[in-house]
Design a protein around this ligand. Structure first.
Ligand SMILES: [Zn+2]
Length: 169
């Protein structure tokens, strides 16, 4: 990490699995409130099953409940939206990217909570309102991400690939 005054250059960012959220759910690491046990799809549906809201740990079941107007399911998504926005704002403020685009099913899987995510982000970030956007790929982001990985070598070293390809022909 290189501190440049206005910005800090970060070469590698670790997983957000154990990023502290201030929550009370115990994590396998021994602490409470880690991001994964608080806001992941897995954690959310597990809690919904525990309280009898849904019969099986499937996100689409919980989403359907909320979409049908179930107050408890909706509250779970709204509470998660608050955490997602706060964590995204913390990461944004630490890394200072040129643009902030939220991606992933946690943001796009229940669109009704998106305004709560944005509001939480804007309350928690030092950036002015309107500085965060949400991916236009929606739930297709996984397929797009896979393609990005597949074409990664081309962007990393296009000349090297041509040379290697010519060597095989
Ligand atoms: Zn943890």
């Amino acid at each position: 990490m290189i501190d440049k005054g206005e910005q800090t250059e970060v070469g590698t960012v670790n997983s957000l699995e154990h990023y502290p959220t201030g929550g009370s759910v115990r994590c396998k690491c021994g602490r409470t409130g880690c991001f994964e046990v608080t806001a992941s799809d897995h954690a959310l549906v597990a809690r919904a099953v525990d309280i009898g809201l849904i019969d099986a740990p499937r996100m689409r079941l919980l989403q359907a409940k909320a979409a049908a107007g179930d107050a408890q399911a909706t509250r779970m998504f709204v509470e998660r939206a608050e955490v997602l926005g706060r964590v995204a704002a913390g990461v944004r403020d630490m890394t200072g990217p040129d643009r902030t685009v939220l991606v992933g099913q946690a943001f796009t899987g229940f669109p009704a909570a998106l305004t709560d995510v944005i509001a939480s982000f804007e309350r928690s970030s030092s950036m002015p309102p309107g500085s965060v956007s949400v991916t236009r790929f929606g739930d297709d982001i996984q397929a797009v991400a896979a393609c990005a990985l597949a074409v990664g070598p081309v962007y990393d070293d296009p000349v090297g690939l041509v040379t290697a390809w010519e060597a095989t022909g």
